[in-house]
Design a protein around this ligand. Structure first.
Ligand SMILES: C[S@@+](CC[C@H](N)C(=O)[O-])C[C@H]1O[C@@H](n2cnc3c(N)ncnc32)[C@H](O)[C@@H]1O
Length: 265
């Protein structure tokens, strides 16, 4: 069997071979996406605020008890153990480049209702919520002690309309969706299994409006995740997808032709 670190390197190599830059794109919608979002080099003031909070997390040596859902490691999960906050932030937090991209996507598409599955200590939550301070931000997390950090960080940033739902996604998502109408934007970053990812997608797509944008993290992280991504791309409600390797972005706009893009980022 090929070790995971090598197989992801190989997958990344194939991605680079296939990925296009803006000159190879013939879809006006995707061309605009690349020019206005991917390639936007503006230093937004919110980046600094988020990254200040992030650097505090990265220096925090305190231990917290975390629930390990065991996803991706072949374990059933639900064990608890102690971990330093700085290690959680370093290992689970979204890299700056991608956090900033989430911020720009939210700023550009202006969703009214955002959902994040997997907040951890709140690094990606801060990037997204700070881009839409007047929108509703629904945060889902199974580990209460890390979610507390997320809640504090979001408060410091002034994100007021944040609603946390704590618990295993498989249990809490159906209940949350029963009380929710359209989800304009979703970021799915937890339980990176094929079954989990597809289960969440099938539930969420029923809440997608024409302009909704759903972002899946780590779509090439394992063969399972690649299979899930391929199935999502084929779903009848999905019109256009953008594969940035570490993220897959799904659009439902019926006016767009059915197309799938691999874009260099
Ligand atoms: C990669 S971390 C999220 C990182 C965060 N999005 C960021 O970039 O700052 C994944 C999170 O999902 C949570 N998680 C994983 N599987 C879960 C499940 N089945 N139910 C609830 N939470 C889960 C974990 O506790 C963890 O905090």
């Amino acid at each position: 069997m090929i070790p995971k670190s090598i197989s992801i390197t190989l997958r990344y190599f194939f991605y680079l071979l296939k990925a296009k830059n803006r000159h190879g794109i013939h879809s006006p919608f995707v061309y605009e996406f690349v020019c206005n979002i991917l390639n936007d080099k503006t230093e937004y003031a919110e980046y600094m605020q988020v990254e200040k909070q992030r650097s505090l997390l990265l220096r925090n040596p305190n231990l917290v008890e975390i629930i390990d859902f065991g996803t991706g490691k072949g374990k059933a999960g639900y064990s608890t153990h102690l971990r330093k906050v700085k290690d959680i932030a370093a290992k689970s937090g979204i890299p700056v480049k991608y956090g900033r991209l989430l911020h720009r996507m939210v700023k550009y598409f202006k969703p009214k209702v955002l959902l994040e599955m997997g907040t951890s200590v709140g690094i990606s939550s801060m990037y997204q919520a700070s881009a839409a301070p007047n929108s509703t931000f629904l945060a889902l997390e199974g580990c209460a002690s890390t979610a507390e950090f997320a809640a504090t960080n979001l408060r410091i940033l002034g994100a007021s309309a944040v609603e946390f739902t704590m618990g295993n996604f498989d249990i809490v998502l159906p209940g949350l969706l029963k009380q929710t109408g359209v989800i304009d934007y979703a970021f799915i970053d937890g339980n990176h299994t094929k079954e989990g990812t597809l289960n969440y997608f099938y539930r969420l797509e029923k809440h997608a409006a024409n302009d909704s944008v759903y972002v899946f993290h780590d779509i090439h992280w394992s063969s399972e995740m690649e299979e899930a991504w391929e199935e999502i791309k084929k779903h009848e409600s999905v019109r256009l997808t953008i594969d940035l390797f570490f993220m897959g972005i799904v659009f439902f706009r019926r006016e767009l032709g059915r197309q799938h893009f691999i874009i260099r980022f």
